[in-house]
Design a protein around this ligand. Structure first.
Ligand code: IPD
Length: 268
């Protein structure tokens, strides 16, 4: 039912990724947003303008919520959550780990099934992840599934540090300590959409982060669900659209991780 939306998003994300790859080695205009290290480049804006233009051309009756603010809000039934460049900090440092992330939310759908299509494109690795509700999750034409690992002590878990984390590190450090002592190891890779995509394809067992935005995680959350995993908040509640805190996992390690994180967050 939602396949054609995912296919359109794959096409747009591939073109957007080519723009990012072509410009990676150029010197970028870098501005800071709320914090010094919360950066935006001319490429975030240029690629967002392209993506938003393409989405509106193909789906003029959809709304768009885009990271750099060029969206629309007309109270319509479908809303795209667009991150034109997830991993901006990596991009600025020419670390080849960043993505285009496009997630589609059906605003009028029943509450736990609102995410209906999602694409995460790992540009420099040419890995196109996509999912559509009840159609499974896919990577470059192959169906993907979460890992079967059920032992936390062997699990590789990834996390992120919200931009306000330097000013309010207490709960973040506390959660990191709890998770790193219980799990095999922890990574901080710098692009939330790719964290989720790599949980979906079984390379990572789980991802958790507080302070994410819908454009960071809408597409990736659907990937994890369609790959057989679980997505909740830190208290274990299913979340239609992740906003304050997110725990995404292969399902098998979800409950023990959730018990470590439950109740320990700054934002509600
Ligand atoms: C950021 C990345 C990062 C995560 C931050 C996000 P951006 O997105 O996904 O991994 O820790 O919370 O804001 O700013 O690069 O699009």
């Amino acid at each position: 039912m939602y396949l054609s939306f995912a296919q359109a998003a794959v096409d747009i994300a591939r073109q957007a990724g080519a723009m990012l790859a072509d410009a990676l080695r150029e010197t970028h205009t870098v501005e800071s947003k709320s914090e010094l290290h919360n950066m935006v480049t001319e490429m975030d804006r240029r690629v967002e303008a392209f993506v938003v233009g393409e989405l509106l051309r193909r789906f003029p009756d959809h709304d768009i919520c885009a990271e750099e603010g060029s969206g629309t809000d007309g109270g319509r039934s479908f809303r795209w959550h667009v991150d034109p460049l997830d991993g901006t900090n990596n991009y600025v440092h020419r670390l080849p780990w960043f993505a285009v992330s496009l997630g589609l939310e059906r605003v009028d759908a029943e509450v736990d099934r609102r995410l209906v299509a999602g694409v995460v494109y790992n540009v420099m690795h040419d890995e196109m992840f996509w999912a559509a509700l009840d159609e499974g999750a896919w990577l470059n034409g192959e169906r993907i599934h979460v890992s079967a690992e059920s032992d936390l002590g062997r699990s590789l878990v990834t996390t992120g540090i919200p931009y306000w984390g330097k000013a309010h590190p207490r709960t973040l450090v506390d959660n990191f300590e709890r998770i790193v002592t219980a799990c095999g190891d922890v990574r901080r890779l710098g692009a939330a959409a790719l964290d989720l995509a790599n949980v979906a394809c079984g390379r990572l067992e789980a991802y958790f982060e507080e302070g994410i935005q819908t454009w960071d995680v809408a597409a990736g959350a659907l990937l994890v669900r369609e790959a057989g995993g679980r997505v909740t908040d830190y208290d274990g509640a299913p979340i239609p659209m992740p906003t304050a805190h997110i725990l995404a996992s292969n399902g098998a390690v979800h409950d023990p991780l959730q018990r470590l994180l439950g109740g320990n967050y700054r934002l509600t």
